[in-house]
Design a protein around this ligand. Structure first.
Ligand code: ADP
Ligand code: MG
Length: 260
């Protein structure tokens, strides 16, 4: 693993899992705000055409002049498209137009490399860049894994949670072979975790043993607070700063900051 001493440029953390609803977006927003509250310069990149991250930070995608779409397929600069949010993080926002752009991107030269190359424009501006991936293993996720130094896999510990993990790790294997040999897999982050159930613990154990993945501690507890916060366009780290869900994300962020 990289350390603060050996790396150059920002840590670029992809949060990916092709399953929807596993808390990718919640994790990106919460870790990003927690890191910013620790004084880090943080850029969040919304790579999902559904634009949930953009919405959850209080930005209306319909009002945007520029978005990540224009950076990936339109030649706009990252600086021109980045917004400063109320949460002290910067945001490269998404819009629904990214769905069509994904098709365009898929036939473009250097499609997997375009995000990585674009983010080099702002390498000196940030300590951390967090990439919120869409719920698929398409070209946007491949681009994210190519741009990333690290991968974190949020996981809800349900019976079928493991089905996607093997496929995701196959993609990681391909990315390492063809576009990003140094991609480091941090591990899985249990989200909406109910440690009181034997079932959740058993699923987590089975997945980490089958795929030899680390488990990032602490698990993020299941709580309705997470569903409420985005409605205000604010993160739980602001609306319920001392809630156990916020505390868990802050602890995970602190572990990442010391170089896990
Ligand atoms: P994804 O980006 O993987 O699709 P989201 O972050 O959008 O997932 O989360 C999906 C839903 O689960 C949202 O309604 C969110 O508020 C909710 N959620 C996220 N984390 C938790 C949690 N720890 N406990 C309960 N609900 C959660
Ligand atoms: Mg999402």
């Amino acid at each position: 693993p990289r350390t603060a001493e050996t790396r150059s440029g920002p840590r670029v953390l992809a949060v990916a899992n092709q399953k929807g609803g596993v808390a990718k977006t919640t994790t990106v927003a919460s870790l990003g705000v927690a890191m910013a509250q620790r004084g880090q310069h943080v850029l969040l990149v919304d790579l999902d055409p559904q634009a949930s991250l953009t919405f959850s930070l209080g930005v209306d995608p319909e009002e945007l002049e520029l978005s990540v779409r224009d950076v990936l397929v339109g030649g706009s600069s990252v600086q021109d498209a980045v917004l400063v949010t109320d949460e002290a993080v910067h945001l490269l926002p998404s819009t629904i137009e990214l769905a069509q752009a994904e098709e365009t991107l898929a036939s473009m030269t250097g499609r997997e490399q375009r995000l990585r190359v674009a983010l080099e424009q702002v390498a000196d501006d940030y300590d951390w860049i967090l990439l919120d991936c869409p719920p698929s293993l398409g070209v946007l996720t491949a681009a994210a894994l190519t741009a990333a130094t690290d991968l974190l896999i949020p996981l809800q510990c349900e019976t079928l949670a493991h089905r996607g993990v093997g496929q995701l790790l196959d993609t990681v294997h391909d990315v390492r072979s063809f576009t990003n040999p140094d991609l480091h897999v941090i591990g899985v982050l249990p989200t909406a975790y109910d440690g009181r159930t034997r079932h959740a613990r058993a699923v987590l154990e089975a997945i980490t043993e089958t795929y030899a993945l680390e488990v990032v501690e602490p698990p993020i507890p299941r709580t309705v607070r997470f569903a409420e916060a985005p409605a205000y366009g604010r993160s739980i780290l602001q609306t319920a700063a001392t809630h156990r869900g916020a505390l868990a994300y802050r602890e995970v962020a602190d572990r990442l900051l010391v170089g896990t």
